[in-house]
Design a protein. Structure first.
Length: 118
């Protein structure tokens, strides 16, 4: 609430609150685009799949997959969603590196691949 020139109490509109909140986006979690390729490769290796088999599993051609892994191309949200649905990982893992919700059967191998860079 704020005071008007006539000392009336005015309600701040929801849109103004939203705009004010947009100014403070520094607190929002960031997408780690540089790490997306590493995490995709760690997942692929944990699954024991070739690049072609992995990219085929979510409908991306191998060339686009390689460009995504190499950081030349961004991972589209549609592809990330397909990966998450197909393999049971979260989009937070893919985009932000959040490991907490990884399926138990993949976690150890993903962590190993991430830590060794294999």
């Amino acid at each position: 609430m704020c005071q008007s020139p006539k000392n009336e109490v005015l309600e701040i509109s929801p849109i103004l609150r939203l705009l004010e909140g947009m100014k403070n986006q520094d607190n929002m979690p960031r997408i780690d685009m540089a790490g997306v390729g590493r995490r995709l490769e760690a997942l692929r290796k944990a699954l024991g799949l070739s690049r072609k088999a992995f990219s085929d599993s979510f409908g991306l051609d191998p060339s686009s997959y390689t460009k995504t892994v190499d950081g030349e191309k961004l991972l589209r949200s549609e592809a990330a969603y397909a990966i998450a649905e197909q393999w049971g990982v979260s989009m937070d893992y893919l985009f932000r590196g959040r490991l907490a919700d990884l399926p138990e059967h993949l976690r150890e191998n993903i962590l190993k691949a991430l830590n060794t860079g294999d």
